[in-house]
Ligand binder design. Structure first.
Ligand code: NDP
Ligand code: KPL
Length: 308
């Protein structure tokens, strides 16, 4: 199976390396010093389950790779448009494209660019970052990929990718309800990213203080209301039950990748996280004032640290 990883950072580099470990023919699309390091030193995964892929097929020229069976899209959301344009030479009529990016708007972008039948849904759970060129650092043992057909079927292509993932030790599942899975993560992540980033705090103190806990819950409730208005099968009390339960079950020092991005002066994915809730809510007449506040508070940082 030929797989291209479009964007080989925290998420793509981590799961791509595990796929190589399982024997898949993986081509990493990367750029800059990270690409150079991958070519000269290989790709290292540091953390609880370390791995060194010594010989890496890596390039910044997707045309050199040619048509593949799967393209796994894993660039930050602000790079999506450019990545979709660049990955075209790897997408033939039988290629399947899956975005493991965060948020819920990503698959609309893919469906606008390719035949909708080529698009499968995906969700990635892991806490990783590029520690230095060629090195991905994983924090904590969590690693999980969910993917599936939007019509709920268990397709042959889904089974094939599942086998490749499991061969590489990835905790993978072929979902028959991928839209719901994508939204379930979205509810939690919008709550986690919106609170930790605006409050500049990890989840521990936020979920303990009654006032910030109530804010976290109300942020997630807005996502549920917007999802339900769009026909996503989320239980009405999903935020109270599963969302808050998930926030309570993670380590107290956990935070969102968007909070890390703020601290590093990077651009933020807020336009697609809380901003996405506002946009989708507006389309259905569902107000999302707390998510709007989060997007507004972070607006000055959305394109990276503001210059004086
Ligand atoms: N990392 C994680 O723990 C998780 C991330 N996600 C989601 O996954 C997505 C990716 O995040 P993450 O992996 O952390 O991001 P990273 O910034 O670590 O990795 C993205 C990589 O893609 C590269 N890239 C971007 N555009 C191109 C291009 N056109 N050609 C070649 N390389 C390109 C970037 O290069 P450069 O650095 O030069 O921009 C970077 O190396 C996001 O939507 C994120 O929210 C979801 C779950 C967990
Ligand atoms: C919550 C987490 C770490 C789960 O993968 C995530 O996706 C993020 O912070 O962006």
């Amino acid at each position: 199976m030929r797989i291209a990883v479009m964007g080989s950072g925290g998420l793509g580099g981590y799961f791509g390396a595990r796929l190589v470990q399982g024997g898949a023919d993986v081509h990493f699309i990367a750029r800059g010093r990270h690409l150079q390091a991958m070519r000269s030193e290989g790709l290292r995964i540091a953390g609880p389950d370390p791995l060194h892929v010594q010989k890496v097929q890596a390039t910044d020229q997707p045309a050199e790779v040619g048509v593949v069976d799967f393209v796994l899209l894993a660039v930050k959301l602000w790079d999506t448009e450019q990545a979709i344009a660049q990955m075209r030479p790897m997408v033939g009529p039988d290629t399947t494209v899956i975005s493991f990016q965060n948020g819920v708007l990503k698959d609309d972008y893919l469906r606008a660019a390719f035949d909708a039948r080529q698009v499968m849904g995906g969700v990635g759970y892991v806490a990783t970052t590029i520690e230095s060129p060629g090195v991905i650092r994983q924090t904590g043992p969590m690693q999980r990929l969910l993917f599936g057909e939007f019509d709920g079927s268990r397709s042959a292509r889904g089974e094939a990718l599942l086998a490749a993932c499991r061969a590489g030790g990835i905790n993978a599942e072929l979902s028959t309800d991928i839209l719901r899975e994508i939204w379930q993560k979205y509810v939690f992540l919008v709550g986690l990213s919106g609170t930790t980033t605006t409050m500049r705090q990890t989840i521990g103190p936020i979920r303990t203080n009654p006032q910030t806990r109530a804010f976290l819950l109300d942020v997630m409730r807005e996502v549920v209301a917007v999802g339900r208005a769009h026909g996503v099968p989320l239980a009405e009390d999903f935020a109270e039950t599963s969302g808050l339960q998930r926030a309570d079950s993670v380590a107290p020092d956990m935070t969102a990748s968007m909070h890390h991005d703020l601290e590093r002066g990077n651009p933020l994915e807020v336009r697609w996280l809380s901003g996405g809730v506002v946009e989708l809510g507006r389309a259905k007449g569902v107000p999302a004032p707390l998510n709007r506040a989060i997007a507004d508070i972070l607006a000055l940082y959305a394109n990276g640290a503001p210059h004086a």
